[in-house]
Design a protein around this ligand. Structure first.
Ligand code: SF4
Length: 244
């Protein structure tokens, strides 16, 4: 498929099945497949995933974590969000401490990791060169984020956005999915917390949290510490009803 499909999926499983065949962004398709062919020396005996990486976590999640895009030798290698790289090590260890993950490590699909009430996704589902998708690629991939939000809406109560790119990508999607976005638009910042009322009476409010991205650039420099991430995870889990 050279563009997102016309058939609307009715479940997240159906959506994910369509997503992994998407080839709508020529630059990203070429990059993800080149990385999968060339490989990093440490992983030369592995078969890279080399395709769009679907969201990970239950279809009835109350909490959604939105990152940026899969890493070339992480998600693009293993086929699961934040799996097989340092960013994922940092995130899943904190999620385990917060009671949101069954184990603190994520090495490969089939490693037994189960998320509790939480799904992880990204506004761009293919690994981009230098971890930098273009705005055109972000807008092209919005098709999938729109679908995912709509399918999660019945149970979704909180969202954590990791970084400003995801924040900018998500706000219009939330508006289209039925939540009221204040004017002026809330700004991204670590620790930002905004309650978005439903645009209709039957729509539950949504708690939106900002958190610095778990990239090594942030975690190695101390810009994002384990306790900073834990604070956001715990607040979001509490507002989502996953902790008391
Ligand atoms: Fe398709 Fe998104 Fe990958 Fe672009 S980034 S090819 S829209 S899955």
């Amino acid at each position: 498929m050279t563009r997102p499909p016309d058939e609307t999926p009715h479940t997240l499983a159906e959506m994910d099945e369509q997503l992994v065949h998407c080839r709508a962004c020529p630059r990203l398709v070429a990059w993800r497949e080149q990385v999968a062919r060339d490989k990093r020396a440490a992983f030369r005996d592995e078969t890279y995933w080399g395709r769009p990486v679907p969201g990970f976590g239950p279809a009835d999640a109350a909490l959604l974590i939105v990152g940026l895009a899969p890493a070339a030798h992480g998600g693009n290698r293993t086929g699961r969000m934040f799996t097989g790289d340092r960013a994922g090590d940092f995130l899943y260890a904190a999620m385990y401490d917060a009671g949101l993950a069954s184990q603190p490590t994520a090495t490969h699909r089939g490693d037994g990791l189960v998320l509790r009430g939480t799904r992880i996704t990204a506004p761009v589902h293919c690994a981009p060169p230098a971890n930098r998708p273009t705005t055109v690629e972000r807008d092209t991939c919005r098709h999938w984020l729109d679908l995912e939000l709509k399918l999660l809406t019945p149970t979704l109560r909180s969202v954590i956005v990791l970084g400003g790119f995801g924040w900018q990508a998500l706000l219009p999607v939330l508006a289209d999915a039925g939540w009221a976005i204040p004017r002026p638009r809330p700004r991204f910042g670590h620790g930002a917390h905004v309650e978005l009322p439903g645009a209709s009476p039957d729509r539950a409010p949504l708690h939106l949290f900002g958190c610095y991205h778990v990239s090594q650039q942030n975690t190695f420099t101390g810009r994002l510490t384990r306790s900073m991430l834990a604070d956001v995870l715990i607040s979001a889990a509490e507002t989502a009803g996953l902790r008391s």
